[in-house]
Structure formats: C-alpha cells, structure tokens
Design a protein around this ligand. Structure first.
Ligand SMILES: C[S@@+](CC[C@H](N)C(=O)[O-])C[C@H]1O[C@@H](n2cnc3c(N)ncnc32)[C@H](O)[C@@H]1O
Length: 205
C-alpha cells in the first residue's frame, strides 16, 4: 500500500528546526537552480525538459515526497533533477555554499492563513538574507503565489534585503511567468482561473 503523505508540516516543530540536510555534493561545473518546497518537483522536471544544462535541486521537508521524486528521476533515465530532505528555514547554508546558486524558485509556498501561523511562512527576512548570501552574482529569486496577502508579504521582505533588486523596478510584479515550466500548484491555480502574483529579484554582481 502506498505510504501516506502528510498534507502540512509545521516547519517550526523541534525535529525540523534541528536541521535535516546533509551537505550536498555539488560541483560538476553546471549552473544550479533550486526550488524551495518542491513537493513532487513537477516544475523542476519541466525545467529540465526545457533546458537540460543546469542541475536542478529541490529542497522538501516531507521525506516521502523526497523518496518518490528521486525514484522518478532514476526511472526517467536520470534527468538532472534531484531532491534533498531539508527545512529551507534551517538547512540552506548547510546545503549550498555562498554564491553557488544561479536561481531560487519559491513556487506557491504554504500560505498559513491564520495570523498566529504567519511566523511559519517560509519567506521571512532571515531566509531572504540566506538567499542573497547563497546566490551567485546576477543570480535570481523567483517567487509566485495565488494568495495576494502572501505576495505582498514576500514583496515587503524581498524589497528590504539590500543585496537584492527587483528585476523590473521596486515594488513591481511580473506580468507573466518568464518560464515555460509550470508547477503542480500553478497549473491547478490557473485551471481555476485564479490570478497568480509573481516576483523576480536579482543579486547584484
Ligand atoms: C503548497 S506546496 C507547493 C509545492 C510546489 N512548489 C508547487 O508549486 O506545486 C508547498 C511545499 O513546501 C513544502 N515545505 C513547507 N515548508 C517547508 C520548509 N520549511 N522546508 C522545505 N519544504 C517546505 C511543503 O511540504 C510542500 O510540499
């Protein structure tokens, strides 16, 4: 019988705060693109089909999903996709050296609607600082959600990080996704006719 996958994991629970991730062997001299909270990694597989040159790494807190995605990658003839078990809010510096990542994707992060749960939202000032530290010169952060309140929250955090600049102009949303690849949540959201809010920030050279 297939193992059950939890729908939501509280990233502030003790086991997750202590850190999950081993150091990731990177290298290979290829660009590195990372999706934070990748779930089934549909977006990364689609990106790999679109552009097979980079290495695509997903970071996901639910172990069963990590196992399934890596099994799929092995089955599909080893596309340049792998997923590591990790808590994005704790493990990033352990996973990626400074200035090593060319693009981070935050696709449809959990919204944690209740005010008392806002502190569980993945993108906060600490994560923005860790992203800026880990991005290569000219590297990018791409964020998308269909929850307007969450988009504003993310924009506020990213605008305040001094090493990141909005690709269009300060406090601007992207008109459309610059990528052909779409995440599972993105497809569901668009099929329901929902508006998607997108942000792109670049690390200075
Ligand atoms: C709403 S889903 C979006 C999945 C995918 N990005 C998409 O757009 O289809 C959010 C994912 O982030 C994962 N997640 C939540 N908090 C996390 C954390 N602190 N570290 C790593 N993954 C996390 C959840 O387990 C879930 O798979």
């Amino acid at each position: 019988m297939p193992r059950r996958i939890r729908h939501h994991v509280n990233p502030l629970k003790l086991g997750f705060v202590q850190g999950l991730a081993p150091t990731l062997p990177l290298g290979e001299g290829r660009p590195l693109e990372v999706e934070l909270g990748c779930a089934d990694a549909a977006f990364l597989f689609a990106r790999a089909a679109e552009d097979p040159r980079p290495l695509y790494v997903g970071v996901e807190i639910r172990a069963e999903l990590v196992r399934r995605v890596n099994e799929r990658a092995a089955r599909d003839g080893a596309p340049p996709v792998r997923v590591v078990l990790g808590n994005v809010n704790v493990d990033l510096p352990r996973l990626f050296p400074p200035a090593s990542v060319n693009r981070f994707y935050l696709n449809f992060p959990d919204p944690w609607f209740k005010r008392r749960h806002h502190k569980r939202r993945i993108l906060n000032a600490e994560l923005a600082a860790a992203l800026a530290e880990t991005l290569a010169p000219d590297g990018e952060v791409f964020f998308q959600t269909d929850v307007f309140d969450l988009a504003l929250d993310a924009m506020d955090v990213l605008e305040r990080e001094p090493r990141l600049a909005n690709v269009l102009c300060p406090w601007a949303f992207e008109r459309a996704s610059p990528f052909r690849a779409q995440s599972r949540r993105e497809l569901q959201s668009l099929a329901r006719g929902r508006r998607v809010w997108r942000l792109r920030y670049r690390r200075g050279a």
